[in-house]
Design a protein around this ligand. Structure first.
Ligand SMILES: [Zn+2]
Length: 251
């Protein structure tokens, strides 16, 4: 199977879903990590172009740790919008990659790029099989891929309420790898300290995985929900691929 995870910035997937992707990669599935932007806003030391180059390289190194391909859609940081050219660009990517499962950002989250890429990916999955929707050279898909959302950062909506979750994945076995992946985002440690007032982003990431795990009685987990609205596929394909690491009973 082919699993493509699409989020806004380099390191978002490492925060929210990389342990799950590592499990899937280990099981022999083909994994790709895509970011909407190169995260070129995330630096106080380098200008945007250089920051984007650094962050793309860091993201590719992190992805390679789990044997995943890395791609960047090339939208500007803080410049992801749900408009016609953007939807065509995301649809073309999904057609070209032809995933069985797409993991997208949460539709409600703290950052506008997270919310915008979530909607773009949701609608690009819908459009991918529509032959008369023209995007580029890639052939239309045979069917809409299975679509999932990660948790929002912190698991809460903009009013601070915890959002719903369908299941979590026990990532105890691959957590060290996820930590190594985040550790490749060297340029982010300083930025997150400065802009988000997070002193140690590895510790902060781990605290979040423990917080999700606590809901299910395991040490570390990652949360997901499946988008099941007609005509999206409702078969729990990702859960089937993950087998007994899937946790559905919140403790
Ligand atoms: Zn982000």
């Amino acid at each position: 199977m082919k699993i493509v995870a699409i989020h806004a910035h380099p390191d978002d997937i490492e925060w929210l879903a990389a342990g799950t992707l590592a499990l899937l990669g280990r099981a022999g599935h083909e994994i790709a990590i895509v970011t909407a932007t190169a995260g070129e806003g995330g630096s106080a030391e380098h200008p945007p172009e250089e920051t984007g180059r650094i962050r793309r390289a860091e993201a590719a190194e992190a992805a390679a740790l789990i044997g995943a391909e890395y791609r960047c859609l090339g939208f500007p940081d803080l410049g992801v919008f749900n408009d016609d050219p953007s939807r065509r660009r995301v649809t073309e990517l999904i057609r070209a990659m032809a995933p069985d499962v797409v993991i997208a950002a949460s539709p409600i989250d703290y950052h506008p790029d997270h919310e915008a890429i979530s909607v773009l990916v949701r609608d690009a999955c819908f459009a991918a099989p529509v032959a008369n929707y023209r995007t580029g050279d890639a052939a239309p898909l045979a069917a809409i891929p299975h679509l999932y959302f990660t948790d929002a950062v912190g698991g809460r909506d903009r009013e601070g309420r915890r959002h719903a979750r369908d299941f979590a994945v026990d990532v105890g076995e691959t957590f060290a790898l996820r930590r190594q992946m985040l550790d490749r985002h060297v340029s982010q440690a300083n930025w997150v300290r400065k802009h988000h007032a997070i002193e140690d982003h590895l510790a902060s990431m781990e605290a979040w995985a423990r917080r999700v795990g606590r809901d299910y009685g395991v040490e570390r987990a990652e949360g997901f929900r499946q988008y099941r609205h007609e005509p999206y596929p409702r078969r729990p394909l990702l859960q089937e691929l993950l087998g007994e690491t899937v946790l559905t009973t919140a403790s």
